[in-house]
Every structure is written in structure tokens, then in C-alpha cells.
Design a protein around this ligand. Structure first.
Ligand SMILES: NC(=O)c1ccc[n+]([C@@H]2O[C@H](COP(=O)([O-])OP(=O)(O)OC[C@H]3O[C@@H](n4cnc5c(N)ncnc54)[C@H](OP(=O)(O)O)[C@@H]3O)[C@@H](O)[C@H]2O)c1
Length: 268
């Protein structure tokens, strides 16, 4: 298991890669191997992250999800937010948690906040519309009723069989120069992006807590045999308080190999 030790120096290096500085990405260094692909991505990169308990839960049945991750799992989430252009959550997460989706416990910029609210359930009174934080984009179906959502851009997309097409969502964000994206939850939102084959890496951070019941982090359509299960290539990292699985969901061979030094400008 590789250990993540963040210093001012290696974090500043990642932030400079995020900002477009050239240089080298050394995949033999655990910190660069874990965060480099998103920080240095020149084109589209979609990361999903789940913070879950030992028994695979992301909240209690009543929806309490705030302290599942330990302090280092939480710092990891904030690092992921700081390295992307936009963070996406589903309307269920906004209704349950009223999250700020900002970068608070590490140094770095706040991502644009994107909420998938297909049926226009948000009222405009939620915190993200009224906290003077990073810009907010709400993605709705063309048929959804119009509401006054303060300080937000509303993007209307056509409905397809499974709701709003993740490809169309990512294209709309890319048109606004938001190409590095973190899909932060909840389970149904992440599942839609996985089913559409649009997640490059999935981070599952496991904290030593047993909740016993409650929703799981990823809920995909049922399979009968384990032979049909997804078995992504994964690197395992110790964050400190939490253990992280960094799963590559892209086709084999499209990622940079561990130990390989690549010029960041060649990664596009
Ligand atoms: N521990 C963690 O890492 C973490 C992170 C985030 C959230 N959470 C927890 O997760 C829970 C919320 O998860 P959730 O799965 O219930 O809600 P969610 O994924 O936040 O939101 C689900 C809602 O968004 C809609 N939606 C998502 N993607 C869509 C798409 N592509 N097209 C159309 N509609 C789309 C869903 O529509 P449908 O009804 O049609 O499916 C549903 O109404 C909360 O308890 C929250 O605390 C935990």
C-alpha cells in the first residue's frame, strides 16, 4: 500500500500543474500518481469519489452523512475539489446535506458547483445559492418548470430514457471550459456516470466505521454472477485515517503506468 504524505512543496507542485504549468509527472511518487492525472489533465477528466464506511454505507438511513470520512479522508476530498474545474452532485445530496462544495481544509481554488436537478426540485433557498461562494450551475430537463434560483446559471438539456445524458452534461460543462470534473455523489448520480462509461477514475475512501444500514455509495443494476462484476485496476493508498482505492475505469492501457515519467504537456 502506498502512503500519501502531503507537504507544502508537493501540494504546490500539483496546484501549479492544475494551473497549466508544464513539467514532469513522476508516477513513481505516490502523491503525483494519485493526484497527477486530474491535476495535469489537458482535456476531459472525470473523477468520482465516494467516502464510505467499512460496511459500504455513505449515510445513515435518516441521511446523516457528515462524519463518515476521517480527517484525512476529508482532506483528500477537499484536495480533489481543489484540482478540478467543477464538482457535480445530484439534487438528493443538496436536499440531504445542503453542502457548500468549497475547498476549506487545504489550499486551492473552489470549483464551480454543478447540481443535477432534472425535475426542478430546488427552491432557491438552499445554501449554495445564497453563500456568495463559487459559481453555481443547475442542470435541468427542458420540460422542468422555471424557478428563480439566485446567482445560478440554469442549463436545460433534453431528457433521454435514463434521465439527463452524462455525455450531454459533460459537453455543456466543457463548452464553459469546465473539463476536469469531480462527481461527488450521491449514489444515483455516480451510477449514471459509471453506466455511461464517463468516469475515468473512481476514488473509494474507506473509513473504519460500521454504520450497519443505510444507502451504499454506488448502486448499479443487479447482476447475477460475479463474472459480470466490474473489476477495475486499482492502486491502494493509505491516506492516514482512511484507506483509498484509486480505481481506473478507463480502458486498459490508456493510463500512464506507475513509475513512468511523462512530460505533463504530453498527457493531453
Ligand atoms: N459519503 C459520500 O461520499 C457522499 C457523497 C455525496 C452524497 N452522499 C449522501 O448520498 C445521499 C444522496 O444520494 P442519492 O443517491 O439519494 O442522491 P443524489 O445522487 O445526490 O441525487 C439523486 C437525484 O438526482 C437525480 N439525478 C442524478 N443524476 C441524474 C441524471 N443524469 N439524470 C436525471 N436525474 C439525475 C436522480 O434522479 P432519479 O430519481 O431519476 O434517479 C435523483 O432525483 C445523501 O444521504 C448524501 O448525504 C454521501
Amino acid at each position: 500500500m502506498r502512503r500519501i504524505e502531503i507537504t507544502d512543496r508537493n501540494w504546490d507542485h500539483l496546484l501549479s500543474l492544475r494551473g497549466g504549468a508544464g513539467g514532469f509527472l513522476d508516477r513513481s511518487d505516490p502523491v503525483q500518481a494519485l493526484y497527477g492525472p486530474v491535476a495535469a489533465a489537458a482535456g476531459s477528466f472525470v473523477l468520482a469519489q465516494v467516502g464510505q464506511s467499512l460496511d459500504g454505507r455513505i449515510a445513515t438511513p435518516a441521511g446523516d452523512a457528515r462524519d463518515i470520512s476521517g480527517p484525512d479522508g476529508l482532506a483528500h476530498l477537499h484536495r480533489c475539489r481543489a484540482l478540478v474545474d467543477a464538482v457535480i452532485v445530484g439534487v438528493g445530496t443538496v436536499k440531504a446535506d445542503d453542502p457548500r462544495l468549497s475547498v476549506r481544509i487545504v489550499k486551492g481554488p473552489d470549483p464551480v458547483r454543478v447540481v443535477i436537478d432534472c425535475r426542478s426540485e430546488l427552491t432557491g433557498s438552499e445554501g449554495i445559492f445564497n453563500d456568495s461562494g463559487a459559481p453555481v450551475i443547475v442542470i435541468q430537463s427542458r420540460e422542468a418548470r422555471c424557478r428563480n434560483l439566485p446567482n445560478a446559471e440554469v442549463i436545460k438539456l433534453p431528457l433521454c430514457d435514463s434521465g439527463l445524458d452524462p455525455d450531454a452534461i459533460l459537453s455543456a460543462l466543457a463548452e464553459r471550459s469546465l473539463s476536469r470534473v469531480l462527481v461527488e455523489g450521491g449514489a444515483r448520480t455516480i451510477a449514471r456516470f459509471i453506466e455511461a462509461g464517463r468516469i475515468d477514475h473512481l476514488h473509494v475512501a474507506i473509513s473504519p466505521i460500521i454504520i450497519g444500514s443505510g444507502p451504499s455509495g454506488i448502486s448499479l443494476p443487479p447482476i447475477e454472477k460475479l463474472t459480470a462484476a466490474k473489476r477495475p485496476a486499482a492502486e491502494v493508498y493509505s491516506l492516514g485515517s482512511d484507506i483509498l482505492f484509486d480505481c481506473c475505469l478507463k480502458p486498459a492501457g490508456s493510463d500512464v503506468k506507475a513509475g513512468e515519467k511523462v512530460r505533463v504537456t504530453d498527457l493531453a
